[in-house]
Write a protein that binds this ligand. Structure first.
Ligand code: AGP
Length: 607
């Protein structure tokens, strides 16, 4: 997803905008740029990384107290200097940056060209700044409002004009845009991380709103120009969240944060045999009792967490659950009704497909309960209820701490539902909470596998095809392990239900296909051993994740990452750790950009 940073205030403009864009690098991008108002309009932009922009600015600096910056993740138009943002109008007096996709840009471009506008790029974004120019009569906000009325698609924009050097205009329709207020300064950004260190207060914009921002004031109006009064909220992101804290990568830091996050979750969520949920959890007991069906929907890692969550709701609450990939759900028949509860899961709260499927549910008056890591995100605002995973900002594109925190939150929710629906005796509740209290220590023990995982990664550095096998509640663990490896090391990896091996995939097995088997001592342990034995018989290298002291597994596998014994329902949060570390070390060995893998964005806000 692209990154937007706009600033008006007394600080050094380049520094503020570049630092802000660096905070957004994790979202993925392939070009960047900055525009400043200083008498006229100065633009510096380039394909490539921020370092290239810094080098340009070192030789050819910009100055001023009003400016906008952007990191672009190419959707329309190749990765070139010309297609980088900011864009200007024909007079080079207005500059704009944009996140999103303008669906009717072709017809707008044709009309604007016919009116004499010259285009310099092949992007959809450039039509916006020329449209604003065509409406501009010395009032930027009015011109933006009129232009927006003609746009179809999703957009978050920040606009400045050399003719109005005391203000910045921002607007959004789809895709996040947050305003931060400091002392005689404002910053607007597509992610709250960019506000850290400048703003003490923040205000997420809502769709259709237009913000006119001067150094000391914010004027918020709706699409019709009517003033809107909304309260700023105190920034809830600490500065340490945006630093690596001594780790070489954000991903590694976030892997190692997991035990603490779960420990804090346990202390906040369980008290006097009750589950404490967030204030935004608005399902009353009688509504919880009425739920006859749950549809969990998410993408990527969040989808894998949902697959684990299914076991919890079915086993503890006796509620049938379907788990859907968001992009597939939104094109399905959607045969749900008011007795269905939809649970969208999203770390960012901005994933376009998950948001779209949520909107389908809302259109059918189906109650939605979002599991999120980002408060005041689009999904948070549109869901009927929310529960937060409290994992703190996750910077690494590869989701790690959010995954285990999502699983923990889903277990907490299922325990709450089971209490309300009386489908679980008190002793069982107490037993689960008792085992949960041991989990953070066990996760730390799993982190102690780091050195042996690194040694194994060195053995696997040349492998180009991996199979991850799991069964039951660890089938999602296999899917997640494969996704982690492929998305940061660019190596092909497939996660499989181990029982499917004989139905085709076993043909892939050879001495060149390491098999990663997730085989803790549980109800399907023996079957997993058979699957691994079949793979070994075909010369595959067997790397297993198992329970400490499992002699049978140790005899069978070439390497075993042993995690402490824990109940089956907690295992996905334990086995995830060696799998995350394996992906991390293989990627580092391959010299990949672990925190910002190629082609990926942290939050996929375009469909
Ligand atoms: C996970 O490592 C990936 N970065 C990706 O699959 C991610 O989980 C997916 O895009 C969903 O994102 P969300 O949780 O923010 O909705």
């Amino acid at each position: 997803m692209c990154g937007i940073v706009g600033y008006i205030g007394p600080r050094d403009l380049s520094t503020v905008i570049l630092v802000g864009l660096e905070r957004l690098e994790y979202r993925g991008y392939d070009s960047c740029g900055i525009a400043a108002v200083n008498g006229g309009l100065t633009i510096r932009k380039t394909a490539g990384r921020l370092q290239k922009l810094k080098d340009i600015l070192a030789n050819d600096p910009v100055s001023g107290n009003l400016g906008i910056g952007h990191t672009r993740w190419a959707t329309h138009g190749k990765v070139t200097d010309e297609n980088s943002h900011p864009f200007t109008d024909c007079s080079r007096r207005i500059a704009l940056v944009h996140n999103g996709i303008i669906e009717n840009y072709r017809e707008l471009r044709e009309r604007l060209v016919a009116e004499g506008h010259q285009f310099v790029s092949s992007t959809d974004t450039e039509v916006i700044v020329h449209l604003i120019e065509s409406h501009y009569k010395k009032d930027l906000a009015t011109a933006v409002r009129k232009a927006a009325a003609e746009l179809q698609g999703s957009y978050a924009i920040a606009v400045i004009s050399a003719d109005e050097p005391d203000r910045m205009v921002a607007m959004k329709f789809g895709g996040p845009l947050i305003i931060g207020q400091g002392k005689h300064e404002f910053v607007v950004a597509s992610d709250a991380l960019a506000l850290v260190g400048i703003a003490q207060q923040m205000l997420p914009m809502h769709d259709g709103e237009i913000a006119v921002i001067t150094r000391d004031a914010l004027e918020l109006t709706d699409a019709g120009g009517q003033p809107i009064k909304r309260q700023f909220v105190t920034m809830d992101i600490k500065a340490k969240a945006v630093t690596k804290g001594g780790y070489p990568h954000f991903m590694r830091k976030e892997i190692f944060e997991q035990p603490q996050i779960i420990a804090e979750g346990i202390s906040h969520r369980f008290r006097d045999q009750r589950v404490l949920l967030d204030a935004e959890f608005l399902l009353y007991p009688d509504e919880v009792e009425k739920v006859e069906r749950i549809v969990i929907q998410a993408c990527g890692t969040s989808y894998h967490a949902g697959l684990v969550g299914r076991y919890y709701f079915e086993k503890l609450c006796r509620i049938p659950v379907s788990v859907e990939i968001s992009s597939e759900l939104r094109t399905s028949e959607f045969i749900y009704d008011s007795r269905t509860l939809m649970i969208p899961i999203s770390q960012s709260g901005e994933t376009a497909d998950t948001l779209a499927a949520l909107r389908e549910a809302r259109a059918r008056d189906i109650h939605s309960l979002a599991v999120l890591n980002t408060k005041r995100s689009s999904i948070d605002r549109e869901a009927d209820s929310s529960v937060y995973i409290h994992a703190g900002p996750e910077i690494g594109v590869a989701s790690t701490k959010a995954y285990t925190a999502q699983i923990f939150t889903l277990l907490s929710l299922a325990l709450h539902f089971a209490r309300v629906r009386k489908t679980m005796p008190d002793e069982k509740f107490d037993d689960i909470v008792h085992h949960l209290r041991h989990l953070p220590v066990q996760m730390r023990q799993a982190l102690a596998l780091d050195a042996s995982v690194k040694a194994t990664a060195e053995r696997l550095a040349e492998a180009r095809d991996f199979l991850f096998l799991g069964r039951g509640i660890n089938y999602p663990s296999a899917l997640e392990g494969a996704l982690k490896l492929k998305e940061i090391s660019y190596v092909h990896a497939t996660g499989l239900a181990a029982g499917e091996m004989k139905h085709g995939p076993i043909a892939l097995i050879s001495e060149n296909t390491p098999v990663i088997g997730i085989a803790p001592r549980d109800a399907v342990h023996e079957k997993m051993l058979s699957n691994l034995a079949e793979s070994k018989a075909r010369k595959a290298l067997i790397i297993a994740v198992g329970t400490e002291g499992d002699k049978a597994l140790e005899e069978l596998a070439d390497t075993v990452f042993s995690v402490p014994a824990a109940p089956e329902y907690l295992m996905p949060m334990l086995v995830a750790i060696p799998l995350q570390l394996l992906a991390y070390h293989v990627a580092v060995l391959h010299g990949c950009d672990v925190d910002k893998p190629r082609n990926l964005a942290k939050s996929v806000t375009v469909e």
